[in-house]
Write a protein that binds this ligand. Structure first.
Ligand code: ZN
Length: 300
């Protein structure tokens, strides 16, 4: 599906390196968004409140990239992140059609509790999270899947790029399948590695499909859920099935007409509601495009 690693991680390091502008203004930006943060905190437990009190920007930064911060013991992790960051940012800027809107920080953690306190969710189940202009990367990613660091970093950078460009109010109204599908597609499969395109094709062909609504149901409660009738897939594999399907759908939307896809993104970047931008760009509803996508898949 979609994009090849070579086309994305090649020659845009210099462009992305120009974004190294030092310490993020995250605390100030969190303050400016306090009202929304309070509303979100009410919906997500202490996650965002805890995150506001555990800003990775207060941790030491790597010598090579002042955007990358780390807790004690995570210096090797942070160095690997710093090496990967410029190419990953260039990859996302290329896929999503414009530079990042804001400076960002990345935090690398080796302690699960510290990661949970800083990442905005309050738990350590994920390999990475994005919160405003802050990306936090999990101890588990470095312990168990260091070879997938680049892809997960790029996946989170896709969220950061979209969030920073749209602003929080418009970002949280996007359907989860689009946020995650865009990130999987733009990162060449980041977050979906445990399920192949062939496996996802078979699932869709047999009716085990994600839901593709044209809006988020409620602020910050939008999550991409696995197909309800999955057989034999549990835990991360079930999540990766959902992410793989979403990534394949976004790849289909892009590959069927890349210029149209970019115009669609530009409409979102300009502040249009997802449903309005989608139907104006594709001249159909999301459900009709999903049907065309399914019809384009090879037989199971
Ligand atoms: Zn994601």
């Amino acid at each position: 599906m979609g994009r090849s690693d070579t086309s994305m991680r090649a020659s845009r390091v210099a462009a992305a390196a120009g974004d190294a502008r030092g310490r993020s203004p995250l605390p100030r930006r969190l303050g400016a968004r306090a009202l929304l943060g309070i509303a979100c905190a009410a919906l997500s437990g202490c996650g965002i409140v805890c995150a506001a009190l555990h800003d990775p920007a207060t941790l030491p930064a790597t010598a090579t990239d002042p955007r990358v911060h780390y807790e004690t013991g995570a210096d090797a992790y942070a160095d690997a992140v710093a090496r990967a960051l410029p190419a990953a940012m260039a990859e996302i800027e290329s896929a999503q059609g414009r530079p990042f809107a804001h400076p960002l920080v990345v935090g690398a953690y080796v302690d699960d509790r510290a990661y949970a306190a800083a990442n905005g969710t309050g738990h350590a189940k994920t390999n990475g999270t994005t919160l405003f202009d802050r990306i936090t990367l999990a101890p588990r990613l470095w312990r168990e899947e260091p070879d997938r660091l680049d892809a997960y970093l790029a996946h989170e950078l896709s969220h950061e790029h979209l969030w920073g460009t749209l602003g929080t109010f418009n970002y949280v109204r996007l359907p989860a399948w689009f946020i995650e599908g865009l990130a999987v597609w733009a990162s060449s499969g980041g977050g979906a590695q445990r399920v192949t395109v062939a496996e996802a094709t078979r699932a869709v062909r047999s009716g085990q499909s994600i839901a593709v609504p044209d809006a988020a149901p409620l602020l910050f409660l939008s999550r991409l859920s696995p197909p309800a009738n999955l057989n034999g897939l549990e835990g991360p594999r079930a999540s990766h099935m959902a992410y793989r399907q979403a990534g394949m759908f976004v790849a289909y939307l892009h590959d069927s007409d890349p210029n149209r896809f970019q115009r669609f993104l530009d409409r979102l970047y300009a502040g249009e509601r997802f449903k309005v931008a989608f139907e104006a760009s594709f001249s159909t509803t999301v459900n009709v495009q999903w049907g065309l996508f399914v019809a384009s898949l090879p037989p199971a």
